[in-house]
Design a protein around this ligand. Structure first.
Ligand code: CP
Length: 315
């Protein structure tokens, strides 16, 4: 059996092109499974997974849970708001107590960059990063790249633009690493205040005018402005942001080209994208969500096969 080059999924930065190919081939098989009347396989029948969310989530949390259940794993869900973290328990103590209940694999979303890496160095379990602060969101980037490949055939030589609040985004960094591994050219677009100074060291181009960036793009990933991560205002007003960087039908008509539109969600309709564009044929936002379950099944299955070879059974 082919194997991933990693024992945890902490970020895309640690992966190789072959890892992405293996994840996508496995996800393609699981996508076929979840479109059957019986959407389950017995592959992880003896595996127990804890989903530990220290930050709000709709898509990622439900998608991981469905992926685990469709692999027949036992699943426990932990929500920080209702836990003893509120009484002062540390992250490592919390996770070690959960592992003592014979949990094999931990999916963690945490507001602090590096939390998944920190945990992987201190506890005996396979760790999957479901988003760590402004650092990485690897499964989001995998499902984005998989969805793009479905539409474009190959990403080799394609230009993908990521628009919006790059500074506070974990999706942007993981997307840059994943798309570059697949041979795409990545450009970033947004107000200068929301593009970090280190961006140009990542091998991307930076453009502050949306229409200039989109003219030469095959696809665009529209990011949400992450007000919850801002302690000061990074642009004069939401209205001005929407005028300059919001994707509207008018702008698409001027571009007059086949541009694939992605959004990781949650959407702020009327800010970074209008309802007409979000619900248009060009937008693949719900395809991304559908593919997220197959991608997470693939990641969990491949890591479990490596970390827990006696429990994981062939798909
Ligand atoms: N895309 C994404 O991470 O969405 P959630 O925050 O709802 O999980």
């Amino acid at each position: 059996m082919r194997k991933l080059s990693v024992h945890h999924l902490l970020g895309i930065k640690a992966l190789q092109e072959e890892d992405l190919q293996l994840i996508f081939e496995t996800a393609q098989q699981f996508k076929e499974v979840i479109n059957r009347p019986i959407k389950k396989v017995p592959s992880l029948r003896d595996v127990t997974i804890a989903n530990m969310f220290f930050e709000n989530s709709t898509r990622t949390k439900l998608s991981f849970e469905l992926a685990e259940k469709r692999l027949s794993a036992d699943v426990v869900n932990f929500s920080a708001a209702q836990s003893s973290v509120k009484k002062g328990e540390t992250l490592v103590d919390t996770v070690n107590n959960i592992l003592a209940m014979k949990v094999d694999l931990v999916v963690i979303r945490h507001p602090h960059p590096g939390a998944a890496q920190f945990l992987s160095e201190r506890v005996s379990a396979c760790i999957i990063n479901a988003g760590d602060g402004t650092h990485e969101h690897p499964t989001q980037a995998l499902l984005d790249a998989f969805s793009l490949e479905e539409k474009l055939g190959t990403l080799q030589g394609k230009k993908i633009t990521i628009v919006g609040d790059i500074r506070h985004s974990r999706v942007a960094l993981s997307n840059i690493f994943a798309l570059q591994l697949m041979g795409a050219e990545v450009s970033l677009c947004g107000p200068p205040s929301l593009i970090p100074k280190y961006a140009t060291t990542l091998g991307v181009t930076v453009e502050t005018d949306l229409m200039t960036a989109l003219k030469s793009s095959d696809a665009v990933n529209m990011l949400r402005v992450q007000h919850e991560r801002m302690d000061v205002s990074y642009f004069p007003s939401t209205r001005e942001y929407a005028l300059q960087y919001g994707l509207t039908l008018d702008k698409l008509e001027v571009l007059n080209k086949e541009l694939i539109i992605l959004h990781p969600g949650p959407i702020n309709r009327g800010v970074e994208i209008t309802s007409e564009v979000a619900d248009s044929e060009q937008a693949i936002i719900l395809d991304q969500v559908e593919n997220g379950v197959a991608i997470r099944m693939a990641v969990i299955y491949l890591l479990a096969a490596q970390y827990l070879p006696t429990q994981a059974q062939s798909a």
